[in-house]
Write a protein that binds this ligand. Structure first.
Ligand SMILES: [Fe+2]
Length: 273
């Protein structure tokens, strides 16, 4: 089974820029590449931050572009999203009791569980008792392999600002997962705007780049998340009984090098001119 892991689109209004880049144009190119090379993917897994600030026309653009792909979309949201604006634009998207943008669905490879870690007004991720109880039920609904997806990683990755805005309820999440550790095949995260892989309490994980800007691999800066302009990317994941293989497909999108970003963050240019 093959599927696409897409994350962190950060769409703004049509023609508007973010960090000097056009998020809608960047996503359009990624979607064209997915359509060209991965039309056979079973589904697209979206791990949040569809928009940069909950913009309704950003969601409308996301819906228009992603619904043009031939595979079904499974989505949860991130800290940059707005739960009401997402639900208005994606009224058919499954939600759990309480209106959380999370779902569990079964595939031939096992059960996929998407968790909503969005907390309104906060950059960090949270999981309340209601969401954890839903997860507990979703995990008890079967005995086969489980794949988990959420926006905020429940672990530190060595990047100061991102570590402080990780999922702060990682311990509570682990307690719900603990009886199922032997079934958990992989954890897919967003939020970091970086391709990375490792394991957390024995659970393999991977994260992907965003489709607009990235976050620099900067272990020194603490107060902000330094933006970088590495190529956009998304995951192409292959699942077999023997292995989960998480490729990152890059999309070189030119060498645009903005002089500064609108939020006062440091801006580093990593791609050569
Ligand atoms: Fe993001």
């Amino acid at each position: 089974m093959k599927f696409i892991h897409l994350s962190d689109l950060h769409l703004v209004g049509p023609g508007a820029t973010l960090h000097g880049l056009d998020p809608q144009d960047r996503l359009r190119r990624c979607v064209a590449q997915i359509r060209r090379f991965h039309a056979d993917a079973a589904f697209l897994l979206m791990t949040g931050d569809l928009t940069h600030g909950g913009e309704p026309d950003g969601y409308a653009a996301a819906r228009a572009m992603l619904s043009a792909l031939p595979m079904p979309l499974h989505v949860t949201i991130g800290n940059h999203d707005s739960r009401p604006a997402f639900r208005a634009a994606f009224p058919d998207a499954p939600v759990s009791e309480g209106g959380f943008v999370q779902e569990a669905f079964d595939t031939p490879a096992g059960r996929f569980v998407l968790l909503d870690t969005h907390e309104p007004g906060q950059a960090e991720g949270r999981l309340c008792d209601q969401r954890l109880a839903w997860l507990d039920r979703a995990l008890h609904g079967g005995s086969g392999p489980v794949f988990l997806a959420l926006h905020h990683p429940p672990f530190r990755v060595g990047l100061g600002r991102m570590d402080r805005i990780r999922l702060l309820d990682g311990e509570a999440l682990l307690e719900v997962l603990r009886p199922h550790l032997g079934r958990l095949r992989h954890l897919f995260v967003g939020h970091l705007h970086r391709a990375l892989a490792g394991s957390w309490h024995g659970i393999p994980f991977s994260g992907v780049r965003g489709t607009n800007h990235q976050i620099a691999l900067d272990f020194v800066t603490q107060e902000v998340a330094p933006v970088s302009f590495e190529a956009a990317g998304y995951g192409v994941v292959l699942v077999s009984p023997e292995a989960v293989v998480a490729h990152l497909e890059e999309l070189p999108l030119g060498t645009k090098t903005p002089a500064g970003d609108a939020f006062g963050n440091q801006v580093e240019t990593i791609l050569p001119a």
